[in-house]
Every structure is written in C-alpha cells, then in structure tokens.
Design a protein around this ligand. Structure first.
Ligand code: TGC
Ligand code: FAD
Length: 387
C-alpha cells in the first residue's frame, strides 16, 4: 500500500487541474524560499516585509480571479490555494493579499466606474499601488449598520468625516476603500493617501499579526471628488459582499497555518526523546496528531467544495460563514495544541506554532468574529436574526 501525504490524507491534490497544481507549487516554493526564512524575524520585530511585494505581484497573486486589467484570471480553487500556501508562511502574508484582492480590487472591479478600474486595477495587480478597506469603526465592528463615518455632498465633491479602526495595510495604502453613510445610503469612497485631512497612523503594541501593518484611519473634512465614489452600490450590501470574497479565501488560509504546525510537530516528536523513546511513539501524542489530521482533512474538503460552489456562481454567504468558523477554529486549536507539545520550546518564535496561534487570534476576530458566523448559521436554521 502506498503511503499517504500526512498534510493531505484525502489526496485533494489529485483533484487539482494541472493549472491549480502549478499555482500551488509556485506559491509554495515562494513561501519556502522567500517567506519562511524571514518571517520569524518580521514577527518578532513587528515588520511587514515590503521588499517582497514586487515578487508577489510578479507571481500574479493580486486580484488573481479578475479577468483583464493585467490580472491572472484564475479560478477560485487557485485563489484558495494561494491563500493556503501564503498562510502556511504567515497569516500576515495572506492578509496582505486578501485585502488587496478581495477587499479593494474586488469592489473597484464590481462597483467601480470604467475610469476607476483603469486607474487602479492594473497598478494594483502590478503591486505599484496598495489598497486598504475601511469598514470597522471604534464603536463596534460586528455591527457595521451602526457606522458613524459620514459623507455629505458639496457641489461635485463629498466631504468625509469620521474614523476607522483596525485597518490592515492602512498606513501603507495609496488608496483606501472607505465605507460611509450618506443621505443616499452607504457608499464606497476611494480616498487617496495625500488627500488633505486624511491620516492613517499605524497601531502599535499588537501581539498578533505582527508581520502585518494595522492602522487607524481618520477623516477630517476630507474632500473627495464624486468621480472617486463607487457608483455601483449604495447599501451595506457593498461592503458585506466584499467580505464574502475575503472570508472565502480565509477558509483556505488557516488550513496552511495548521499544516505548518502539524508538519513541524510530526518532525519534532520523532526526534524528541522522553521516558526512553521518541514522543511520536506515545499513544496520547499520536492521538493528538491524528486528531489534527482529521480536522485539517475536514477543513480541506469544506474549502474545496466552497470553491466549486463559488466557481459555479451558487455560493451562499452562510456556507462561507460556516466554513470560516470551522476552519479558523480548527487552526487555532491545532496551533495551541502544537505549542503545548513543544513544551518550553513552544514559547519561542523559533518554532512556528506560537506565531500562528497568536496570528489566528486576529483571524478568528476579523472578517466576522466566530460568534457572528455562528449567528449567521443560526439565522439560516431558524429564520431569526439573533445578532
Ligand atoms: P443586512 O442589513 O440584513 O444586509 C444588508 C445587505 O447586505 C446583504 N448581505 C450580504 N451580501 C453578501 N455577502 C454577505 N455576507 C452578506 N450579508 C448581508 C444583504 O442581503 C442585504 O442586501 P440588500 O441588497 O437587501 O440591501 O445585514 P445582515 O443582518 O445580513 O448582517 C448582519 C451581520 C452581523 C452578519 C453583518 O453585519 C456582519 O457580517 N458583521 C460582521 C462585520 C465584519 O465582518 N466586518 C469585517 C470588517 S473587514 C475585516 O475584518 C478585514 S480583515 C482583513 C484581513 O487582514 O484579512
Ligand atoms: P466587537 O464588534 O465590539 O465585538 C466584541 C465581542 O462581542 C466579540 O467577542 C464578538 O463576537 C461579540 N459580539 C458581537 N456581537 C455579538 C452579538 N450579537 N451577540 C453576542 N456576542 C456578540 N476591519 C476592517 O474594516 N478592515 C480591515 O482591514 C481590518 N483588518 C483587521 C486586522 C486586524 C489585525 C484586526 C484584529 C481586525 C481587523 N479589522 C478590520 C476589524 C475586524 O473586522 C473587527 O475587529 C471585527 O469585525 C470585530 O469588531 P470589534 O473588534 O469592534 O469587536
């Protein structure tokens, strides 16, 4: 009997097309060669590795599912595998690509004018322009319907006031997609970094996603031309539809983080000898490793099925909520259990589980907390919104 791949017990790999397998291998090699050698240092010193942005662009990872505008036009299995491989490196790498692709390029592509698409999409695909997405506000991110950021028409312009909190890439961004209440509904504003009255300071003292930039955004009478307002949507459906895109990718990402932890632990328990034999010979250690493989396998099958539904155009947001809840919970529990099996060494960033575990504390909170996703599924089952 042939041996199974411990990272892929149900052989998802054999279901991939040649193109999908090539994307996985290419991004995997990039992560092995360019991300893994530097990421512990980036995490420890709270630094996002700006110098690898051109290589990410060169690989076609920004806006990878968009057709045209210098984007790769890949399917959703490919996009998922990109997220999985990047997050095998670090959640911060996947976050960077998720935000650029699903939260900035997607709304410009879906709701933007031709001029907005021409201006931003090719530049973003090439990594020459970086974007961020401002939805969350200090008074409570779970309930964006309580948004206070407000824009008022002034001739051919809008005047924007308010603030956003916990915004990935905010300080780096050339353009921020900012969602604000107006007298005509919730609209998306393309706020450029040098617009007077706009400020995007970095948030310090984070213990999670330290290889990622997170910022506040402040708008003090920022004048935004009407040509920089997304014309295609005027309701919360705009930002929430972007979240469905990003959450889909996030169902894949934590699989990579969990695989990184499990791989490291299989190797570690083979060489760590306690009570006269390797840890991997102990029943309770094997049981824990086996349980991780079981949970990773279930997550892989969920995400692969989501990809097929998404490519078929029949994906329902509740399915994404269930998978985001399941897969992030799977990964954070695995990362923590791996941290424990490393003993004292597990508290060092020289091993990846504590870094993944801390990162996943953000992933389980952003893009809808675990509770919010449970309540989305509960609403589907009962017909009652219990938010
Ligand atoms: P409701 O007011 O009923 O709906 C408003 C409109 O939106 C539509 N809709 C969706 N469309 C697409 N995808 C979804 N997931 C959608 N959810 C709702 C809905 O059909 C309606 O459309 P229309 O045309 O009728 O106006 O809203 P709701 O009751 O369904 O939603 C409530 C709730 C709590 C689920 C929602 O507010 C929510 O998801 N809250 C969580 C907020 C959140 O996730 N924020 C994330 C901010 S971005 C972020 O974290 C980036 S991290 C990036 C990184 O670094 O990777
Ligand atoms: P709150 O909404 O205040 O929630 C606090 C607690 O209350 C949570 O445990 C929550 O589950 C619980 N809760 C909420 N509602 C209910 C309820 N009805 N019943 C029971 N319990 C409930 N946002 C962006 O817009 N753009 C970004 O790029 C972005 N990047 C981020 C990066 C990082 C590193 C982090 C940490 C966050 C980021 N966010 C971003 C914000 C993120 O989306 C919010 O943190 C998240 O939506 C939760 O909002 P909150 O932090 O205000 O928590």
């Amino acid at each position: 009997m042939h041996a199974l791949n411990p990272m892929d017990l149900f052989d998802i790999r054999s279901m991939l097309t040649d193109e999908e397998a090539m994307v996985q291998d290419t991004v995997g090699k990039f992560v092995d060669d360019r991300v893994l050698p530097i990421i512990a240092d980036c995490f420890e010193h709270h630094r996002f590795p700006m110098d690898i942005i051109p290589e990410i662009a060169e690989l076609g990872l920004f806006g990878s599912t968009i057709d045209g505008y210098d984007c790769a036009g890949l399917n959703n299995v490919c996009y998922g595998l990109i997220c999985q491989e990047l997050e095998r490196g670090d959640s911060g790498m996947r976050s960077f690509v998720s935000v650029q692709s699903s939260l900035v390029m997607y709304p410009i592509y879906t709701y933007g004018s031709d001029a907005q698409k021409d201006r931003w999409l090719p530049a973003m695909a090439r990594g020459e322009a970086i974007g961020c997405f401002g939805l969350t506000e200090p008074q409570g991110g779970s309930d964006p319907s309580n948004m206070k950021t407000y824009a008022k028409r002034d001739g051919d312009d809008w005047i924007l006031n308010g603030s956003k909190m916990w915004i990935t890439n905010g300080t780096l961004a050339d353009v921020a997609v900012v969602w604000a209440v107006t007298d005509e509904g919730v609209k998306g504003f393309l706020v450029e970094k040098d617009m007077p009255g706009f400020d995007a300071p970095e948030i310090e003292h984070k213990m999670s996603l330290r290889a990622s930039v997170t910022s506040s955004l402040f708008f003090d009478n920022v004048r935004v031309p009407n040509a920089s307002v997304l014309p295609g949507v005027s309701s919360l459906r705009g930002p929430l539809s972007c979240l469905t895109q990003a959450r889909y990718g996030i169902t894949w990402g934590p699989i990579g983080a969990a695989q990184a932890c499990l791989r490291e632990l299989i190797d570690y328990t083979e060489t760590r000898e306690l009570f006269g034999e390797p840890l991997s010979h102990k029943q309770s250690i094997q049981e824990r490793l086996a349980d991780m493989a079981r949970r990773i396998t279930a997550a892989q099958l969920l995400s692969y099925r989501l990809a097929k539904l998404k490519d078929a155009g029949t994906l329902h947001p509740t399915q994404v909520s269930l998978a985001k809840w399941n897969n992030v919970r799977m990964a954070i529990d695995i990362a923590r259990d791996c941290r424990d099996m490393l003993g004292g060494s597990g508290i060092s960033v020289e091993f990846s589980p504590i870094r993944h575990m801390l990162n996943l504390e953000s992933v389980i909170t952003y893009e809808g907390t675990e509770t919010i996703h449970k309540l989305v599924v509960g609403k589907e089952l009962t017909g009652v919104a219990a938010f």
